[in-house]
Design a protein around this ligand. Structure first.
Ligand code: ADP
Ligand code: MG
Length: 443
């Protein structure tokens, strides 16, 4: 299950963290049913134990289909010198919300509407989450489903809604669970023959927030239980908020009846943020953390790191850590130097031919149509979109882009870019196509 766990972590963690902490780990077995992770040195052991081990356990249990796994972490035999004996409390460590009368919300109080940057890509999602928080249980947004790619702020919004509910109604029983937690709690209850208790737990909940329901796919029993829980809460007018990494209809292995229930309320897509929003997000994170991040560096990061806010944040963390360590200020040059590999990787991911292929597919054309000289409108517009995307998403110059489009002149490319820029302001359909294409290309 380790490779699948790794795959999942890849989607969850900033590339830098993955590279530094997770990739060096080796999975091994000890005895019958104990798994161990071996880290290159004790420092990594400590860090992974503190930050990631619980999550890794949860994922391994999930992939193994068992309620729990026993997993330990240790250093590889040829262990390095002892670690620096410091256990700095992590400023951003995710703490659980305070407990009242034994009820745990599992909400992370750090994520609120206040520190959520609004942009065109997430405006609707934010508004919907806010509404649900203000009028929990209202049929207009029950259930509320937020869906969209990884690292785009779904969990943040979900926490924000939960925290806002509790700020307005202290002590309100808002329960946040990742779908794997729901799954393992259920498995445990089955094993302990305590399903009644499992069910009763949810009756007391006033709002239920379940994160990443795509993980219910293929887990029939879990879906069945969830379905019943869902109905009970829904009938009791308790607010339900769910997230999914896709539109649920597109998730294979989710039960049709569950899918149709999800459509009863409000479903909102969260799109990847545009450049402006990305820049604002990274600036706001920097402020929050007391990191002196000049605007030009924020713009550099925002320009390069398009696909996912989590990676953007990871890049900021790397910069902050190195600045701290070296005592140097964060400048554009410092950023280029520190994030060289990362920035290059982001840049290489998208090529002009990749863009041509994606645009052609999107408009149900052939790449050769895009490159042809024909000027019918149905070809000219997609062609312009492809050129503008090439300008936006790659480092190629106008002449280079012209070359890649069957030797067109650079002025043609320039014209295309300007035209598309102008149209994006007024043409809603084009805007939608454009955003979808950028999203496809940044995945
Ligand atoms: P998802 O659940 O969609 O995978 P998360 O909610 O975990 O994504 O977001 C990943 C990171 O990006 C979090 O640290 C979150 O705070 C941050 N983030 C995403 N969108 C925004 C935003 N609009 N404003 C502030 N932070 C954001
Ligand atoms: Mg999430």
């Amino acid at each position: 299950a380790w490779p699948r766990c790794l795959e999942r972590l890849e989607a969850e963690l900033p590339a830098e963290d993955l590279h530094t902490w997770i990739k060096p780990l080796q999975a091994a077995r000890r005895g019958e049913d104990m798994a161990v992770l071996l880290a290159p040195n004790a420092f990594v052991v400590e860090h992974v134990r503190e930050r990631y081990l619980a999550r890794i356990r949860e994922l391994l249990a999930y992939f193994a289909g068992t309620p729990e796994v026993s997993l330990e972490i240790g250093a590889l035999p040829k262990a390095a010198p002892p670690p620096p004996a410091r256990r700095e409390p992590d400023a951003f460590a995710r703490t659980l919300a305070p407990i009242d009368d034994g009820f745990q919300t599992h909400l992370d109080p750090h994520y609120t509407f206040d520190n959520f940057v609004e942009g065109r890509s997430n405006q609707l999602g934010r508004a919907a989450a806010l509404q649900a928080a203000q009028k929990p249980g209202d049929r207009a947004h029950n259930p509320l489903l937020l869906y969209g790619g990884t690292g785009l702020g779904k969990t943040h919004l979900m926490f924000a809604a939960g925290n806002a509910m509790r700020a307005a109604n202290p002590g309100m029983r808002v329960l946040y669970l990742r779908s794997e937690q729901f799954f393992s709690a259920m498995m445990k209850a089955l094993q302990d023959k305590a399903m009644d208790q499992f069910k009763r737990q949810f009756q007391q909940v006033e709002a239920l927030l379940i994160d990443d329901i795509q993980f219910f796919a293929g887990k029939d029993r879990t879906q069945e239980e969830f379905f019943h829980t869902f109905n009970a809460l829904f009938d009791g007018r308790q607010q339900i908020i769910l997230t999914c990494d896709r539109y649920p209809r597109e998730v294979e292995g989710l039960e049709p009846r569950l899918k149709s229930r999800l459509a009863w309320g409000l479903s909102v897509a969260i799109e990847p943020p545009d450049f402006e929003t990305r820049a604002q997000i990274v600036l706001s994170k920097a402020r929050e953390r007391g990191v002196a991040l000049p605007e030009d560096v924020a713009f550099l990061l925002a320009k390069r790191m398009r696909s996912n806010v989590r990676d953007l944040e990871g890049a900021l963390n790397t910069l902050a850590a190195r600045a701290n360590f070296t005592g140097r200020a964060i400048t554009a040059e410092f950023a280029q130097e520190t994030l060289r590999d990362l920035l290059r990787a982001q840049q290489q991911a998208i090529s002009i031919s990749n863009i041509q292929k994606t645009v052609a597919d999107y408009y149900a054309l052939q790449v050769k149509d895009l490159l042809s000289k024909r000027r019918t409108r149905s070809l000219a517009r997609p062609r312009q979109v492809a050129m503008a995307l090439a300008k936006e998403l790659t480092e190629h110059s106008l002449p280079e882009i012209g070359d890649a489009f069957a030797g067109r002149d650079h002025t043609t490319v320039l014209h295309a870019c300007r035209q598309i820029r102008t149209l994006l302001e007024t043409d809603g359909k084009l805007r939608e196509d454009w955003d979808k294409l950028i999203r496809k290309l940044s995945e």
